[in-house]
Ligand binder design. Structure first.
Ligand code: Z5A
Length: 206
């Protein structure tokens, strides 16, 4: 059984996940924890190659939603086997930028695939592992898109319209409501310092 803690961070693009993760890492290190940061899609060399494929806006053909779903889980299988499970067994606090909740939010709510297929793949690939804590940075998509578009070239997902991200956001909020013991929702429209205060309070409890 894993002995480290598994923390995931979720939210629409531009919500501040990458920024929050740096703060979480510094906080956990200050508490003497062994910390490892990772992300999905990605996290290992093979999974990062899959990331390139699914995020590139320049694919030679349109990626079918079912293929996109399977690619997410192919990367996840590799990530779990090669990094997540060994790191948790070694007692690390593993902080992962997105995990299975993102698949329900993007491939089901966003792309319209039935949840039963994700549940099936989750059982096959992830088994009974669930994050100890999922931090949901909740933000109005218009604000998130504005933040991320300031940063530079857009990936395949970033080219989606606000309506797509509205569905993704609602799906995340519904999942958080269904699993209040695992999720903590943070208002990501607050100032960076206030978001960090919220993060620290949540981590102190954990
Ligand atoms: N995806 C999927 O479809 N299915 C799956 O199963 C998985 C993923 C796992 C890649 O994700 C894409 O993969 C993702 C869903 C899909 N696409 N989308 N959208 P990603 O997480 O790698 O990419 P991202 O969502 O586009 O992340 P991002 O754009 O890097 O956003 P972020 O990490 O949440 O934000 P940030 O970089 O920390 O902050 C953005 C800017 O806002 C930056 O300039 C910050 O300085 C600023 N910021 C941050 N916080 C604040 C506050 N509080 N106030 C003001 N400004 C702030």
């Amino acid at each position: 059984m894993p002995s480290g803690k598994f923390i995931t961070i979720e939210g629409i693009e531009g919500a501040g996940k990458s920024t929050a993760i740096k703060y979480i890492e510094a906080y956990l290190l200050s508490q003497g924890k062994k910390v490892l940061l990772t992300r999905e899609p990605g996290g290992t060399p093979v999974a990062e190659e899959i990331r390139q494929l699914v995020l590139s806006p320049n694919t030679k053909e349109v990626i079918d939603s079912k293929a996109e779903l399977l690619l997410m889980f192919a990367g996840r299988a590799q990530h779990l086997a090669r990094l997540i499970l060994p790191a948790l067994s070694a007692g690390n606090w593993l902080v992962c930028d997105r995990f299975v909740d993102a698949t329900y939010a993007y491939q089901c709510a966003g792309r319209g695939l039935a949840e039963k297929w994700v549940a099936l793949l989750e059982e096959f690939v992830v088994g009974s592992l669930r994050p100890d804590l999922t931090l949901l940075l909740d933000l109005d998509p218009a604000l998130g898109l504005a933040r991320s578009r300031r940063r530079g070239p857009q990936d395949r997902f970033e080219k989606e319209k606000v309506a797509f991200f509205e569905k993704v956001r609602q799906s995340y909020l519904e999942r958080a409501q269904r699993e209040p013991n695992r999720f903590c929702v943070i208002d990501a429209s607050q100032s960076l310092l206030t978001v960090q205060d919220d993060l620290r309070r949540i981590l102190e409890k954990l």
